[in-house]
Design a protein around this ligand. Structure first.
Ligand code: ADP
Ligand code: MG
Length: 385
């Protein structure tokens, strides 16, 4: 593995101690978009790209961390943390260490050397793979057995407080709990997780990267969250028991949708429909029903584009091109939107043609060469033995 050998090669130049090696993957969400902060369902899988951390304890209270990706070393003080939210990559490392300390772990100082082959800033959650790999390393050096659930929650807290991103729980949970050959159904209310076998013989998961990120993404994210909350408040007038959009089924929603003004109505329609689609996709995966999966992914994309309005021309173009290619069982935007990636299910025999069509047409129309990653459902965070 690229990141692992890179870290092993560099370590002797970094520290004299023998390192322990840890890793955590990036992820792609198959379906269930913008449902997490509405207490709903998501269905991500870990990808075969990961952040690898080599780690050894130090005698003092410092964390010396080097990122190969940024080619930068910083020295952090466990007793005197910085302010966080500075827009620097080590906010995530310091955040992880501080949250684990607050939760009572006795962390030693540490030398950390890390490298990642998760594309950074592409919506494949390099940030959670960084948090969880570093968190697992620090927790393990403390001598206590890591609790993966607590580790994932600590990663989310670090991202909220030290990176200033009010993310849901999906990225950290899949980085912690991914399993080869499986997707993970996460109930974002109860935090129950269920492995969902991805038994689709002859079908590959292909991630296509628009290589654009529009500035709108974080401001619009907050607007969408507020619109969902407004929808709940208005629906509570006739449904006092309602707490979150998660609590309404599709049929029930159709009966009350008229009470909502636009654009709140269409925002809520997306969330309610997407929760239902996610559960239907789990059933369809169980039956190996590729036709149904294609239908659900198509509906998910249209709903994100037209009702939730978080897509962009580049994402729509990738989905449109995929729709003209042969052997494609579903294509949709994945992640928060306004750029980032699409997720596609492609028959193995049509992979080369798919790659060719996407690359040629997308670059002709946008002037940008798309990223194309064939991946497979992979394992979650672990120490290398
Ligand atoms: P995504 O999670 O979709 O890749 P984010 O903007 O959430 O995008 O996270 C990217 C940020 O995470 C980077 O700008 C950097 O601060 C941090 N990061 C991710 N991977 C690494 C790495 N290997 N080394 C240092 N920082 C990293
Ligand atoms: Mg991220």
């Amino acid at each position: 593995m690229a990141a692992r050998s890179e870290v092993l090669q560099e370590w002797p130049h970094f520290s004299k101690e023998a390192p322990r090696l840890f890793a955590a993957p990036g992820r792609v969400n198959l379906i269930g978009e913008h449902t997490d902060y509405n207490d709903g369902f998501v269905l991500p899988m870990a990808i075969d790209r990961r952040t690898v951390v080599a780690a050894a304890p130090r005698q003092d209270r410092k964390i010396r961390v080097h990122s190969r990706n940024f080619n930068e070393t910083v020295l952090l003080d466990l007793e005197n943390p910085g302010s966080g939210c500075r827009g620097v990559w080590w906010d995530y490392v310091e955040g992880m260490a501080q949250v684990l300390l607050e939760r009572g772990l006795k962390l030693p100082g540490a030398d950390l050397l890390l490298a990642s082959d998760v594309p950074i800033g592409a919506g494949l959650s390099s940030s959670a793979s960084l948090e969880i790999s570093v968190g697992l390393a620090l927790w393990s050096l403390s001598g206590q057995p890591p609790d993966m659930r607590q580790l994932a929650l600590a990663g989310q807290a670090a991202e909220h407080r030290y990176a200033g991103n009010r993310c849901g729980i999906m990225d950290q949970f899949i980085a912690a709990f991914g399993r080869p050959g499986n997707a993970l159904l996460i109930d974002c209310r109860s935090l129950d997780v269920r492995l969902v076998p991805m038994a689709l013989p002859g079908v590959q998961v292909v991630v296509c990267d628009t290589r654009v990120k529009h500035a709108l993404s974080s401001s619009e994210y907050n607007v969408r969250r507020a619109e969902c909350e407004q929808g709940v408040r208005q629906l509570q007038e006739s449904m006092p028991e309602l707490k979150m959009l998660r609590d309404i089924g599709w049929k029930q929603f159709l009966e009350v949708a008229d009470q909502l003004p636009e654009p709140v109505r269409r925002r809520c329609r997306h969330v309610v429909g997407e929760n239902a689609r996610t559960l239907s996709a789990v059933d369809a995966l169980g039956r190996g029903d590729l036709g149904e999966i294609r239908r659900l992914m198509g509906e998910s994309h249209r709903s994100l584009r037209d009702d939730y309005q978080v897509s962009c021309p580049e994402l729509d173009l990738l989905v449109e091109i995929a729709g003209t290619a042969e052997g494609v069982y579903g294509s949709r935007m994945t992640g928060g939107g306004f750029g980032g990636c699409t997720v596609n299910l492609v028959e193995t025999g049509h992979l080369d043609a798919f790659r060719e069509t996407i690359s040629r047409t997308y670059s002709r129309k946008t002037g940008i060469e798309p990223g194309i990653h064939v991946t497979s459902p992979s394992g979650g965070a672990a120490e290398f033995s």
